[in-house]
Design a protein around this ligand. Structure first.
Ligand SMILES: Nc1ncnc2c1ncn2[C@@H]1O[C@H](COP(=O)(O)OP(=O)(O)OP(=O)(O)O)[C@@H](O)[C@H]1O
Ligand code: NI
Length: 322
């Protein structure tokens, strides 16, 4: 019997906490004590309702949050650089785009309308890898994301939404990053394009990148098994459940994950009960418990239960040790 190959993370996020002071007594608790690993060749989907802190998490990792934001915790790349602690100069020169790249939410706003796509891709190539032939590299990146090199000679408005989305993935791949953070890359796309974009990100991981896919489209993950490897469920700024995708989506441990799945067409379109908490005014203890006090599905505590590769707050997954 061969021993299992241990996956070595390329990015280890520990205790990431983000606070936006918004007034004399008011603070947005956008992310609280978030920990996860990103592993080469794997896609981790970060899911949760609108406003739960997903985008803030990605922006924190790239240090794109406004001045005055309070960020604590660590996010350590293989080799030792802490994304949250490294000087801005180091981030700009050797990390952003080169080791950690972002696929933004909207291709339309990421691309300049007045220049051809080729000009924009070649500019990024020249900036990140000045020694390579930029035209050849741009063509290679286009092919890699499923575009014809001739497509690059068009202006952004001449591309379909799906093609524009491919261009921003090509831009993210230009510096050959180890980590790709994709923030709602399928927002506003129709179902075939959602599936195509997700398959593209799967192929990016299959070539060795670690991918964080932020999405609230749980349905897309459910209808194509194998698209993502792992799932982290975020609620009110905290990860309430993490684990392999088939386990989390097929047999959720946390009541909130069950509620999210139940709100999908396949789950019966049951609205998530109660209202999402305000992140300036979180209850002590478990915020989901406060929303569903009589569900019997939560002990109201904050304990993280662990079973193999799965974790769940409040409610143990099968086989958990407490
Ligand atoms: N600069 C800021 N100042 C104050 N609050 C902010 C700031 N940026 C984000 N927030 C708040 O942080 C919380 C988390 O926002 P975030 O954009 O991360 O949510 P999300 O999970 O990505 O939602 P969506 O799925 O709608 O994109 C929200 O309450 C938001 O209003
Ligand atoms: Ni709870």
């Amino acid at each position: 019997m061969t021993a299992p190959v241990l996956a070595v993370p390329v990015l280890t996020v520990s205790g990431l906490t983000v606070r936006f002071p918004t007034g004399r007594r008011s603070t947005v608790h956008a992310a609280t004590d978030v920990s996860f690993d990103l592993v080469p060749g794997r896609v981790l989907a970060l899911v949760g309702e609108s406003g739960c802190g997903k985008s803030v998490l990605a922006a924190a990792l790239l240090r794109l949050l406004p001045p005055g934001t309070e960020v604590s915790g660590t996010a350590v790349l293989a080799g030792g650089t802490d994304l949250l602690g490294a000087p801005g100069r180091v981030l700009r020169r050797s990390i952003r785009g080169r080791r950690v790249a972002l696929v933004p939410q909207s291709a339309a706003t990421a691309l300049t309308p007045v220049r051809t796509v080729r000009a924009q891709v070649e500019e990024t190539v020249a900036e990140l890898t000045p020694d390579v032939d930029r035209r050849a590299r741009a063509d290679e990146l286009a092919t890699r994301v499923g575009l014809a090199p001739a497509d690059l000679d068009r202006y952004p408005h001449e591309l379909s939404g799906g093609m524009a989305q491919r261009v921003v993935v090509a831009l993210a791949l230009a510096g050959d990053p180890d980590v790709v953070l994709a923030d709602e890359p399928t927002a506003g796309l129709d179902r075939p394009l959602v599936d195509r974009t997700l398959r593209l990100l799967r192929s990016v991981a299959d070539r060795g990148c670690a991918v964080l896919l932020i999405t609230h489209d749980l349905g897309a993950l459910q209808r194509t098994p194998g698209l993502v490897d792992d799932v982290a469920v975020m609620y009110a700024g905290r990860l309430v459940e993490t684990g392999p995708a088939d386990a989390v989506l097929g047999d959720p441990a946390h009541d909130y994950t069950r509620a999210l799945l139940g709100a999908l067409p396949a789950g019966g379109l049951v609205p998530i009960p109660g209202i999402a908490p305000t992140l300036t005014d979180l209850p002590p203890g478990c915020a989901w418990h406060a929303r569903r006090p009589h569900s019997g599905a939560c002990d109201g505590g904050e304990a993280v239960h662990v079973a193999g590769a799965r974790t769940s707050r409040c409610r143990p997954p099968a086989g958990a040790r407490c």
